[in-house]
Design a binder for this molecule. Sequence first.
Ligand SMILES: [Fe+2]
Ligand SMILES: [Fe+2]
Length: 465
Amino acid sequence: MNLYDRIPNNVNLSEDKKLQRALEKWLPNYLDWWREMGPEGFQEKDVWLRTAVDVGSEGWAHFDYVKMPDYRWGIFLEPPQPDAKVGFGDNYGRPAYQEVPGEFRNALRRIIVTQGDTEPASVEQQRQLGKTCPSLYDLRNLFQVNVEEGRHLWAMVYLLHGYFGRDGRDEADELLERRSGNPDKPRILEAFNQPCDDWLNFFAFTMFTDRDGKYQLSALAESGFEPLARTCQFMLTEEAHHMFVGDTGLGRVCRRTAQLMKEGDVRELGGIPLEIIQKYINFWFSYSLDLFGGEISSNSADFFAAGLKGRYKEREQYTDHLATNENFTMTVVADGQLKTREVPLRNALNEVLRGEYVKDCEKGLARWNKVLADEGVSERLYLPNPRFHRHVGEYAGHTFDLEGHLISKEEFERRKSEWLPTMEDREYVRSLMHPVYEVGKIANWIAPPAAGIKGKPFAFEYVRL
Ligand SMILES: [Fe+2]
Ligand SMILES: [Fe+2]
């Protein structure tokens, strides 16, 4: 591990002078982007952050006060496996690719750019949130997520510079030029152009949208293109914290809401009513489902065939790594009705991955509902049907209710204010967002966490203001 190089890395960067020079040229542009688009108003503050110091499963993280622009962003890959093999698809069992297979060069670059684009996008979406944090603990978690998304950008830029030559360098530059929500140069995926300007949005985003990241990275961590697999394997260890922030954040909002429900009117008491929490779940869950791509996809089949993108836990969970003989039963819209259709499994792999994701999200819902039950409240939260409010794939262009019944556009328009956050809901949530910067204090609309970070109490100066 070369921790004290200008670019910390465990890939022996100093032995590849050309790559090192290219990345060192990109570094100041990255820092300019960070200063311009990173968390506003906190760049010079000491934040108690963890930094990657090793990629081993034990003790890879070091905790200390760091000013965010001094964070040790770097390039960390899981160590190579001796005789790594392609784990699935038509080249199953052949040696893993150390270079990009020529015919998949463009497609693979697209995957890496699309993943890479989400990383700075989320930092941009979240850059104002520090001004309304519910506690110093939450403020620190936000910044931890932000610096790690910055590192994920580094991970993807390393692959672009290292394996895609000139085009890769151009793409790396463009990753710093697009801006979330900017109509002239938007980020690539729609969920990453949606504003994330209050903490309920932030928790729902890290719960649902970062979790899409987990599943995309998991599928790429199986890749037969070894540098990509090793990069994604390490990113997943960081991603777990982001989902923890979202999952426990929403759980704490639920706890506080339930407590206030027992005292009286949640709104009058300054809490977030459950129906607003439900609408935020509906919004972010549906947008995050879109990120998996079309239900029936020849791209997914090609990528699997080529051994580039596998299924979730491909090696661990499956015995048939060819997936050539099976069909998948899909619900589609045909002649204005829901019908089932048999699709070759390889063409249904986006949907298979989405199914894994939905199962994982359901566990989160079960945890929040347990919080509600423990607080003695009978209402429950739920996930909408995956057909609800979709903008990509089989169900885009049709309208469904929360249970997934096909309904008319008029009915959807008439009822959408019951299902998705309205302007008033968003304004109400924003009206609650006042910063709490005192050590050990917390905003009224959220419960404190069960424990602090890395053995520190909740009442700890996680950010020195
Ligand atoms: Fe990320
Ligand atoms: Fe993330």
